[in-house]
Ligand binder design. Sequence first.
Ligand code: ATP
Ligand code: MG
Ligand code: FE
Length: 343
Amino acid sequence: PLVLGIETSCDETGVGIVRGHTLLADAVASSVEEHARFGGVVPEVASRAHLEAMVPTIERACATAGVSLRDLDAIAVTSGPGLAGALLVGVASAKALALGLDKPLYGVNHLASHVAVDQLEHGPLPERCLAMLVSGGHSSLLLVDDITLGVTPLGATIDDAAGEAFDKVARVLGLPFPGGPHIDRVAADGEITIDFPRGLTSRKDLERHRFDFSFSGLKTAVARWVEARERAGEPVPVADVAASFQEAVCDVLVRKALDAAAEHDVDTIMIGGGVAANSRLRAMAESRAADRGIRIRVPRPGLCTDNGAMVAALGSELVARGRTPSALDLPADSSQPITTVVA
Ligand code: ATP
Ligand code: MG
Ligand code: FE
């Protein structure tokens, strides 16, 4: 099926077009620079930017794919979770297209899309796999059989998301927003010299939180370490702190993902969400998984961060499997649960 997907859950206006598992276009307009000086995404600014970018981004995607809107088999859109006003722009646009073109509409889960996108890169997902979703707002381990039917959560962060920790630590280190890519870049020149805490890995914590994460203590530990240096009037070794922090995050993520895969007897781990773009996470997952005979699937970095292709990828799968479309009065749901794949 030929499917157009629209993503507006945060600050990226994404429009993707796929045919089956083939990516034809992935147009993204970002308002990230407008938010940078506030140190975080400003919802009202994001909504207005989506409104302005929507039509040109749809046109750009169609031109790149060489398709006309009339050729589409369905429209998919992120219905949640995300910023309410931002989601509303995408949902309203998708409804207008679906109604005007008389095509089925699928309101899909942003997080399930972060998983489904890998099909564009590595083909159909296996019968059963473990998905590790690590992004700006979520950090979860999910068991996935058929992504169009749902996911089974095994664990999640009990406080900050991994991406949130990257962004907060970047701020402590004086790096620009969003900090994840900057930490990744700066860490490449650093040494892992500081042993920062690995959250929820003590024997006692593992009893209750085997597959859960916690990054808030790590973030605080980094801030304290930096403050102590500054108070002593010593320079902060930014690259070393970044590398050591990054190592702590990746270590816990990879460790728990591998343990969950072993426990549930799956041989494939899919990693998705913005933090999956992290070079250290990718390398560490690959090397540790190889030791245990587990395959890692992670999309190219541009498909890990928010985009429309991921929404189209999930939409295409829903059409292919004959799932029921959403109603035209589909609401945007800022807190759509991870288990609701189609709204
Ligand atoms: P969610 O998907 O939970 O709704 P989101 O859509 O805002 O959140 P994504 O776009 O999926 O989040 O991911 C953005 C996050 O990924 C940010 O926190 C960003 O810092 C982080 N990120 C992006 N690239 C990297 C990288 N190379 N290393 C580490 N973190 C990164
Ligand atoms: Mg973003
Ligand atoms: Fe996302």
